[in-house]
Design a protein around this ligand. Structure first.
Ligand code: FAD
Length: 404
């Protein structure tokens, strides 16, 4: 209860580095901060340092379009992301801070019979796992989204959709700040402008972390560095099956509310959501080439505008306010890598690509459990790095596409 009276505007200042910590978290994005929160609040582990090379949650956590959903294809993914959605449902109350969770539902459009068939598979899996999901016909699409253009015709004709009532959005900064403030109040140190530059190990254990502010000893280490996961893992001598692609998004000037659900179309590679400020957030798929850059391009702006105008032609005179990009760490099967690494005290929370915001609370909670107990919980086991050796992949490409 005391934590509820903490001021959330006041993120703890960066202190001097101590010589050693029980747990060092590399990366002060949503995932690292959520893990710090759960380590300190659920497991009583407070001698923790979060090392962030830039400013708090300024990586992909700051750049994402905040789609939250659990309508994946595999049983393992649905179980995991469902727990994430449930944690969002109580997050504002748990943190005593309004993270603006808006569970307005997500509609994915089907433009072909083949897509509709794959939606049936996802709907059956989701129902089996206890999520709210169903295939809907064009009449229901119209009811859910009255302003959607249903006269697309040709290859873009709308034939139905996948309606996921559990889907929603939340305010990304608030999620990160809420976790940071509570972790800080429990004694976790948050070190901004602190870049990890090297990882020292002896045998199969990490001993020290080198930073631009000095070297520290670490009992356990969690790596959660978003688009830089490949590079930081390489410092520890670990090779990850991750490649980086830019992912862009953009936002229009504020409009009167007209869209109260999330809409996405895999055919058009476009999704839209109207924020509580009235701005229309528009996103799509990753850039088609590998690059570690956060520049945005005219190509992608035109592509996203085209998709948005197909779906909502009346947006044609609306001005864009901003366009931006993040670097996404993509795995071959479009699922994350969580759990053990080849080093005994070095834990991985990476491969979050274009889909990791929604997993912020559940990844943080379950990775904290892993570190605190030294055991990977069952819910995380399918996401182990070893799946790429044993070919036990969790293919979620079809459920990721332009939906995030
Ligand atoms: P980040 O937020 O990137 O945090 C990692 C931190 O590590 C960064 O702050 C970085 O500065 C720091 N770091 C890196 N290297 C070092 C180092 N050497 N030393 C110290 N610190 C370091 N996901 C969804 O679920 N829904 C969406 O709608 C969605 N839309 C997206 C739209 C866009 C345009 C983008 C780019 C991504 C989107 N994502 C979405 C993906 C989501 O943003 C990420 O998967 C998620 O934010 C990852 O969180 P994180 O904490 O792991 O990484």
């Amino acid at each position: 209860l005391r934590a509820r009276h903490v001021s959330f505007r006041d993120i703890p200042p960066t202190p001097d580095l101590k010589r050693s910590y029980d747990v060092v978290i590399i990366g002060g994005g949503g995932h690292g901060l959520a893990a710090a929160y759960y380590l300190s609040n659920l497991h009583g582990i407070r001698n923790v340092a979060v090392l962030e090379k830039g400013y708090l949650a300024g990586g992909n956590t700051a750049r994402n379009t905040t789609t939250i959903r659990s309508n994946y294809m595999t049983e393992e993914s649905v179980r995991f992301y469902k727990e994430g959605v449930e944690l969002f449902e109580t997050m504002s109350r748990d943190l005593g801070f309004n993270v603006m969770f808006s569970q307005r539902g997500q509609l994915t459009l089907a433009h072909s019979e083949a897509t509709l068939r794959s939606f049936h598979l996802r709907a059956e899996m989701g129902k089996h796992m206890g999520t709210r999901i169903e295939v809907v016909d064009v009449r229901t699409v119209k009811e859910l989204c009255p302003h959607l253009n249903l006269d697309l015709g040709g290859q873009h004709e709308v034939m139905g959709g996948l309606w996921h009532a559990d889907g929603g959005t939340a305010r990304h900064d608030a999620v990160a700040w809420g976790y940071a403030r509570h972790a800080g109040a429990r004694g976790v140190e948050i070190h901004q402008r602190t870049e990890v530059t090297g990882i020292e190990h002896a045998g199969d254990r990490v001993t020290h972390i080198r930073t631009n502010r000095g070297t520290i000893a670490a009992g356990q280490v969690l790596q959660a560095v978003g688009g830089l996961n490949g590079q930081v893992a390489a410092m520890a001598g670990i090779r990850l099956p991750i490649r980086c692609f830019p992912l862009q998004a953009m936002v229009t000037q504020p409009l009167k509310p007209f869209l109260d659900i999330l809409v996405s179309s895999a055919n058009l590679h476009t999704y839209l959501v109207q924020s509580s400020r009235g701005e229309v957030v528009i996103g799509g798929g990753s850039d088609p080439y590998q690059l570690a850059s956060t520049r945005s391009t005219l190509d992608q702006k035109e592509h996203l505008a085209e998709g948005a105008l197909h779906l909502f032609p009346f947006l044609h005179k609306v001005k864009l306010l901003r366009q931006w990009a993040g670097i996404t760490d993509m795995t071959p099967d479009y699922s994350p890598i969580m759990g053990a690494s080849p080093l005994r005290n070095y834990w991985l929370d990476c491969g979050w690509g274009t889909w990791g915001f929604k997993a912020t609370p559940v990844a943080g909670k379950r990775m904290a459990e892993t570190i605190a107990t030294g055991r990977v919980p069952d819910i995380l086991k399918p996401f182990d790095l070893s799946r790429f050796d044993s070919f036990a992949l969790l293919n979620e490409m079809g459920a990721t596409a332009a939906s995030h």
